[in-house]
Design a binder for this molecule. Structure first.
Ligand code: ADP
Ligand code: ASP
Ligand code: MG
Length: 445
């Protein structure tokens, strides 16, 4: 029997009504083994981060208020679904008490370790999965028993070989006896058995990891939009679904800010040659996107993506051309501080790099002073035009540049992989630039 991994995001499991829709979508795949991977109910992971932060600041009564709201929401959802059995309620209570205990500990020590944060952050998926498994009347697998990771808390990396073995031992037999199994996205555990998370938005990545370990026929990512669209529909109202994309196009769009898919999701899928589709839970028969081996949009611009919170660091050194090893010294500074650099542009006397603005900018500026005059431009956004045949279509440059005529552009880069043309602009101009580029590439008669 073939197997499909079906991942449902936060909005898709955000209420009892939505969970019922999930159940009917899962039922529609009858005749196949189905691993259902769920996110936390919408907003819950953000609340868990807020609770931990409040505890650190000793604002425990506010933390408890939010915890109470979270409990009320899960219990009310259980009740609406007819799942308010002593067993379900005590499982939910157990998870909530675990958070409560950790809030006390953080308050006492005034310290929040990344390990404790991951334990708290895992609670959302652990609670929602209890409800979805109850509704589907199927076994619930604790993802932490299968998704083995390193101990890089907050952004743990999967250990694929171990995961494959554990999936064979623990998950395959469950799928043999019950065609449907529910598990959590986002969470795993390290060698020592401590809970880890794969980073925000990591449930998509979990679906990729499970799909590869189980050699699934397909990985379905169910979300709140009709697939990957030509731009974020929250910014560009005319955005429309892109039917087919290559793995490279998707990875590029995701890493340039298209939140619809976690950037790491497609890697395990591509290595295992498994197609990924992105679908809308609210419109199960609507448009969707397919990413499969050998597929490509075939377009110079398949979609646009945008990422905010970008800063540009520039170093000017008139004597740069005479100094061999200047760039090596420059990048050594970033490497030492563990900062990943995004776009780079160099001229005779100046090097500019873009970074996420959460990078330790002051410390970097201090280090870089030894190399030349340093300046920082903050509040920037990077916008990427992504398409497999971008490089072979010189007209892309003309279309893009005329669309953004008059906009002050800080940095331009044509990715070495030839499928991405990016611009850095002031954050306040970014949405307007997106709309103009979208009009030029997708709305022109
Ligand atoms: P989920 O909780 O299902 O994982 P997310 O909120 O993480 O959902 O991702 C879906 C959201 O991604 C959409 O609501 C949309 O606003 C945003 N998004 C950003 N870029 C795109 C794009 N190119 N196509 C579709 N959605 C996008
Ligand atoms: N619940 C997690 C988050 O909000 C993971 C996910 O939804 O993908 O980041
Ligand atoms: Mg997501």
């Amino acid at each position: 029997m073939s197997l499909v991994v079906m991942k449902f995001g936060g909005t898709s499991v955000g209420s009892a009504a939505r969970m019922r829709e999930v159940a009917s979508i899962v039922a529609s795949r009858s005749g196949e083994q189905r691993l259902v991977v769920v996110s936390a109910m919408a907003g819950v992971t953000n609340q868990l981060f807020e609770i931990a932060d409040l505890a650190k600041r000793h604002e425990t009564s506010r933390a408890r208020e939010i915890l109470q709201l979270m409990e009320d929401r899960h219990v009310a959802t259980a009740r609406e679904l007819g799942l308010d059995t002593p067993e379900v309620l005590s499982t939910l209570r157990g998870i909530l008490e675990g958070i409560e205990r950790r809030v006390q500990g953080i308050d006492l020590l005034g310290e929040l370790s990344a390990r404790t944060m991951d334990e708290i952050a895992s609670s959302g998926e652990r609670m929602s999965s209890v409800l979805v498994a109850g509704l589907l009347g199927c076994p619930l697998l604790d993802a932490r028993t299968v998704v083995r990771t390193d101990n890089h808390f907050g952004a743990a990396r999967p250990r694929y070989q171990a995961i494959r073995k554990l999936a064979e031992q623990l998950l395959m037999p469950l799928l043999e006896t019950s065609e449907i199994v529910v598990t959590q996205g986002y969470i795993g555990s390290d060698e020592a058995g401590d809970t880890t998370t794969l980073g925000r938005g990591g449930s998509d990545f979990s679906a990729g990891i499970f799909g590869a370990a189980l050699q699934a026929r397909e990985i379905e990512i169910w979300t709140d939009v009709e697939g990957i669209m030509t731009a974020d529909p929250r910014i560009v109202s005319n955005a429309r679904t892109v039917d087919v994309l290559s793995y490279e196009e998707v990875a590029e769009l995701a890493s340039y800010g298209a939140k619809v898919l976690h950037p790491a999701t497609v890697r395990p899928a591509v290595e295992a040659g498994i197609p990924v589709t992105i679908r809308n839970t609210m419109k199960p028969d609507g448009n969707f996107t397919t990413i499969s081996p050998g597929a490509s949009s075939g377009r110079p611009c398949a979609a646009l993506a945008m990422r905010r919170n970008v800063a540009i660091l520039s170093v000017v050194q008139e004597a740069m051309t005479d100094q061999s090893g200047f760039l090596a010294r420059l990048f050594e500074v970033f490497g030492r501080r563990g900062v990943s650099v995004d776009l780079v542009s160099t001229s005779e006397v100046c090097v500019s790099v873009s970074l996420d603005s959460s990078a330790p900018l002051d410390a970097l500026v201090e280090d870089l002073h030894r190399l030349g005059r340093v300046s920082v431009a903050s509040n920037r956004a990077v916008i990427a035009v992504v398409g497999d045949s971008l490089r072979q279509t010189p007209a892309v440059l003309r279309t893009a540049f005329s669309a953004i005529d008059g906009v002050c552009v800080d940095l331009i880069s044509m990715g070495a992989n030839a499928i991405n043309l990016s611009f850095i602009v002031q954050e306040q101009a970014a949405e307007e630039v997106m709309r103009r580029l979208h009009a030029a590439f997708f709305e022109a008669a």
